[in-house]
Design a protein around this ligand. Structure first.
Ligand code: MF3
Ligand code: CO
Length: 262
């Protein structure tokens, strides 16, 4: 069963999602060559705490493993769930995916984005643009009466039309009272036939590879990397479905951008 949120829960979701979005904006502003992914983690930890929220990632348990950080920071060939490290220093030409999931007042908001570090190649720029576009197209399909499959197909169609590939081992998900709820939201045509109803809160999150779609997990038990070592991008929003159409909940309350307006 896909949980349907009531008005009270939706009001709380708005707050949690706004916090998640504000934290992501704050971290985005720090991305530059020379910073370590641990620096981003510590800034993220503090930005979450400052808002009275908690990281939903920290201590998150899968089997016997607990995720050891407050943010997921995935560089280049890392797809998702990269563990921040002092040793991983961002360099000019890298891409860094930052995933922020916060718990606030009993509900969870989830968002992520991938940023260029310094100047990236045209191919990488295109990877970022196409992945973000595929998220927009997917969100447009999160309409009452559509199926989850319509979201999946919107991503896959756009990504593959542009010569990139869609990760199959990881999927988007319902989010709200827990970080992962039903339904699963694949980014490819694996059929999830559930109909979209009003009051669903969905974490839609295309993960797109420059090369092949295959991935593997590093020995740390968390970091998902591309099997061929080529770069990957990840964008994610938490979206509320309503009779009037999809509403992105993970919108920042304050915009730090553009930072460099002329
Ligand atoms: N947005 C990621 C997800 O939905 C966050 C995972 S946190 C971790 O899977 F603890 F699992 F790493
Ligand atoms: Co997610």
């Amino acid at each position: 069963m896909i949980p349907i949120k009531n008005e009270r829960q939706i009001a709380r979701m708005r707050e949690a999602c706004a916090i998640a979005a504000d934290v992501l904006q704050e971290l985005r502003a720090l991305v530059r060559p020379g910073i370590s992914t641990q620096d981003l983690e510590e800034a993220g930890r503090d930005a979450i705490a400052k808002r009275g929220a908690k990281s939903a990632c920290y201590g998150y348990q899968v089997g016997s493993r607990r995720y050891p950080a407050h943010t997921c920071i995935s560089v280049n060939e890392e797809v998702v769930h990269g563990i921040p490290s002092f040793r991983r220093i961002l360099r000019d030409g890298d891409v860094v995916a930052i995933d922020v999931v916060v718990s606030y007042n009993g509900v969870v908001g989830d968002n992520a984005a991938t940023y260029a570090v310094g100047t990236v190649s045209p191919k990488i720029q295109q990877l970022l643009a196409v992945t973000e576009q595929s998220l927009r197209l997917a969100i447009e399909q999160a309409r009452v009466g559509n199926r989850i499959l319509d979201i999946s197909q919107a991503v896959q169609r756009h990504v593959e039309a542009n010569g990139f590939s869609v990760v199959r081992d990881m999927v988007g998900h319902g989010v709200g009272l827990a970080m992962h709820e039903e339904p699963q939201i694949p980014n490819f045509g694996r059929e999830v036939r559930d109909r979209i109803l009003p009051g669903m809160t969905l974490a839609i999150e295309p993960m797109v590879n420059l090369g092949g779609y295959r991935t593997k997990i590093l020995a740390d038990g968390w970091t998902v990397v591309t099997a061929d070592g080529a770069a990957s991008a990840h964008f994610e929003h938490t979206v509320l479905t309503t009779e009037a159409g999809p509403e992105i909940l993970t919108r920042p309350t304050t915009s730090l951008f553009p930072l460099h307006a002329a």
